[in-house]
Design a binder for this molecule. Structure first.
Ligand SMILES: [Zn+2]
Length: 378
């Protein structure tokens, strides 16, 4: 048991030993299979050593990624490291300019192959520097596909950073699936939104449908726990961030709107409940008159899960807890085939529903079940 108060036996970490495994640098399909990925931002140097190297890897994102990648590689030689190109955060894709290199903004300095070769100097895989694709901009989407399909190499991921609006309209979702299925390369699929792109029940259903109908390997990128729903429905891998702005792409030029500057305490993953809950929320709403959940992970070591406030140091501790908790949750999926993964997710989501009455009887009040859990459990 990892936590007191709530217990979902289906999310208990697997005790099986993981065989050492080389980094399959340059081979996208081999490297991505049977690993859990983490999206690492400001805390990348702290998080990398916590990741299970033989069963995981890291996408390094943000302006510090290129600065620290070699240092992180030296300190963690067995860990796959992939650097996210800036275009996914900074460029709007158009039909004439679906990609943007790292050179001068607005001008493509190198051809696409040369740009990807340059990425490979520090990254185990290359990623097409696709700009964000606005809702319904089919011309930009198809231009990106044509550019990526012209590449003849096995080390590249075709990045599709698409507006969450593509999930809100059935025709658009079908069009997106059709484009994914024409890709020669594994697809790195992320959605842009100022808050959670997959936060509604209808979008969660559309998201699942993409993975069920994709015939090309797809990575659920910059995901939250919906990455496990994707994994259970055919995703090659998922990449989950330790704090909210890493679990989505913020639209170009936007700043993300969900952060309340008065409350920067970390969101803590409670694996047994399959949800992230802000430390402050637990302290104020759940445990003002009852003992807190204690966490027995290697970061918390039996401390209260709601102990953390908004200082940088405390936020880092919370984010480290999340990295370890995601790996613990993934440990049960290692070496399972598609049917096994689907069955495990069904047991985990059913068990998560059971934790609500456990929590309610402990704190003496009702707690609303997360809508997304209802979708995942269906
Ligand atoms: Zn913990």
């Amino acid at each position: 048991m990892m936590f007191t108060v709530v217990n979902n036996p289906n999310t208990a970490p697997s005790q099986a030993l993981v065989a050492p495994r080389p980094v399959e640098s340059g081979n996208a399909r081999a490297l991505l299979a049977n690993r859990q990925f983490h999206v690492c931002g400001v805390n990348m140097r702290g998080e990398a050593p916590l990741i299970q190297a033989s069963a995981g890897g890291a996408f390094l994102v943000g302006e510090e990624a290129s600065k620290y990648v070699l240092q992180i590689r030296r300190a963690n030689p067995g860990l796959p490291l992939i650097v996210e190109p800036r275009a996914l955060r900074r460029h709007w894709a158009s039909a004439t300019e679906p990609f943007q290199g790292e050179g001068t903004e607005g001008a493509f300095q190198l051809d696409l192959d040369a740009e990807l070769d340059r990425q490979r100097m520090s990254s185990d895989l290359a990623i097409t520097p696709t700009g964000q694709i606005r809702k319904g901009d089919s011309a930009a989407l198809k231009a990106a596909l044509a550019g990526a399909n012209a590449l003849d190499r096995e080390d590249v991921l075709f990045a599709l950073p698409t507006s969450a609006g593509w999930l809100s309209d059935e025709l658009l979702t079908r069009q997106l699936i059709a484009v994914i299925n024409r890709s020669r390369h594994p697809v790195l699929l992320a959605f842009t939104d100022p808050t959670n792109p997959v936060g509604s029940m209808s979008r969660a259903r559309a998201y699942r449908r993409i993975f069920m109908e994709a015939t090309v390997p797809v990575v659920a990128y910059r995901a939250d726990l919906v990455g496990f729903d994707a994994l259970a429905h055919g995703a090659l891998a998922s990449a989950i961030g330790s704090y909210p702005s890493l679990r989505r792409l913020t639209p170009v030029g936007g700043r993300g709107s969900s952060i309340d500057p008065e409350d920067m305490s970390p969101h803590m993953l409670i694996t047994d409940m399959l949800r992230f809950v802000r430390s402050t929320h637990m302290r104020r709403e759940w445990f003002p008159n009852a003992a807190s959940i204690k966490c027995f992970c290697v970061i918390c070591r039996g401390d209260d899960l709601d102990r953390l406030h908004g200082s940088e140091e405390e936020r880092r501790i919370g984010h480290n807890h999340n990295v370890v908790a995601v790996d613990n949750l993934f440990s049960g999926y290692l070496n399972l085939d598609g049917a096994g993964r689907r069955a495990l997710w069904a047991r985990q989501t059913a068990g998560a529903l059971d934790t609500y009455p456990q929590l309610e009887s402990h704190i003496g009040r009702s707690v609303k079940v997360d809508n997304l859990l209802t979708v995942w459990a269906s």
